[in-house]
Design a protein around this ligand. Structure first.
Ligand code: ADP
Length: 398
């Protein structure tokens, strides 16, 4: 039986999962290497069908060495020999609209566009190259987080700066596309194809957070932009800021471009406002005793509400709102606060359903349905790889 390996490289982690090909795909062994480049780097894994978990201390100063340790370990595991293809999450894919087999040309292009996403792309390239070097015959596919939003109309892509930058690719791309693609497939499964073709707002609220407006199954707008730093306030990213802030801070605080980048990506958002934690659970636990935590939570909910209002306007109405990711899936209090006052958009939450994180959390009478769907980016990668393998198998037969 063939299997598919998924690789999702984060800023200090590499998540992996093996899926047995078939309909539906079955997840087997999965795990992650985390704390790469830090002390206490670990490889943790869960064996298929709950047959045990394990953890081992490893040494990995960067993603390339982390990938090599992971490959050494994977080669000894049952199931690795049957891997037919490997799918990577690639955060930035410029104009690519579909998952693609990684050729030398695509790899060269990823190298060329590295400056667009210096936080993710260099590490993702290291992972691809490490697997390519060790297993050159194994097909690798890139599944782009930007692809879902390539359907956005030009007006949602344009940045209002001098036009010459647009020609160089400086425009709004949007991210979290693997999560959004998965949520749309799940929405069609649980609520029917007609609902998924309607006016839908997807709220992916995790450490990274964004919303997308989807109509007829296609993204028409999203809150992230040229980079994942844009849009809604996040755990450590600022989200949208006044463009006048950067030159002001450069003038008055002598902030360099690098310091500004660090600030808006790693020191801002919930962490920056609360001065204590980037984690929503910590902030909720502290909000009655620490005004900074309360303000961070309030700002997050206020901004999410504004994005929902903006996207309902862009869509010309709202039929379904979907909450997802760590905060969206698990936190009734935040969903309540975001939806408060949105009765005019037809949103009416059922507090008992919301409190249970039920699949449908709106009342039966609510004109707009509000749903909670657990996202699964790895499964979306595996599905995409499976479809491409099936497509090639059929085409080879013809
Ligand atoms: P990432 O974007 O890194 O994948 P997640 O989707 O796991 O992040 O989301 C992490 C966020 O979800 C954190 O802010 C965490 O506090 C929050 N979260 C997870 N579980 C809960 C919960 N039960 N209540 C409130 N927030 C939660």
């Amino acid at each position: 039986m063939q299997s598919i390996l998924t690789i999702n490289g984060g800023s200090s982690s590499i998540k992996f999962a093996l899926y047995q090909a078939g309909e539906p795909l079955q997840r087997g062994l999965f795990g992650k290497v985390d704390r790469i480049g830090l002390s206490g780097t670990n490889l943790t894994f869960t064996a298929p069908s709950g047959n045990g978990q394990g953890s081992q201390r490893i040494t990995a100063s960067d993603h390339r060495s982390g990938a090599n340790v992971l490959i050494d370990w994977l080669e000894k595991q049952d199931g690795f020999a049957s891997v037919a293809a490997l799918g990577h999450r690639v955060v930035h894919g410029m104009k690519h609209t579909q998952p693609e087999i990684i050729t030398q040309d695509l790899l060269d292009e990823l190298h060329r566009i590295r400056p667009y996403d210096p936080d993710h792309l260099p590490r993702e390239i290291e992972l691809i190259e490490a697997f390519r070097q060790r297993h050159p015959k194994l097909p690798q596919l890139a599944c782009f987080d930007t692809a879902f939003h390539q359907s956005m109309p030009r007006v949602a892509k344009l940045l209002p700066i001098p036009r010459r930058f647009d020609a160089k690719g400086v425009q709004r791309y949007g991210f979290h596309g693997l999560s959004y693609a998965y949520l749309m497939e799940e929405l069609a499964r649980v609520a029917g194809a007609k609902v998924a073709q309607g006016r839908v707002i997807l709220a992916h609220l995790g450490n990274g957070a964004s919303l997308a407006a989807v109509h007829e199954g296609k993204s028409i707008d999203t809150s992230m932009g040229f980079t994942p730093t844009a849009g809604l306030v996040m755990s450590t990213r600022s989200g949208d800021l006044d463009p006048g802030l950067a030159p002001y801070l450069a003038r008055t605080e002598k902030l360099t471009a690098k310091q500004y980048y660090e600030m808006v990506n790693h020191e801002s958002g919930l962490l920056g406002i609360s001065e204590t934690s980037s984690d929503m659970r910590d902030l909720l636990a502290r909000e009655t005793t620490d005004v900074r935590a309360a303000e961070a939570v309030a700002l997050f909910c206020y901004q999410a509400k504004k994005w929902i209002g903006a996207f309902a306007a862009a869509l010309g109405g709202l039929e379904t709102l979907v909450f997802s990711a760590g905060i969206g899936e698990n936190c009734p209090a935040i969903r309540t606060r975001i939806c408060e006052g949105l009765g005019f958009l037809g949103i009416e939450l059922s507090e008992p359903r919301n409190g249970q994180n039920a699949a449908l959390i709106s009342t039966d009478a609510s004109p707009a349905a509000v749903r909670v769907i657990r996202t699964d980016e790895e499964l979306m990668i595996a599905r995409s790889v499976g479809r491409i393998l099936a497509f090639h198998a059929v085409n080879q037969k013809d």
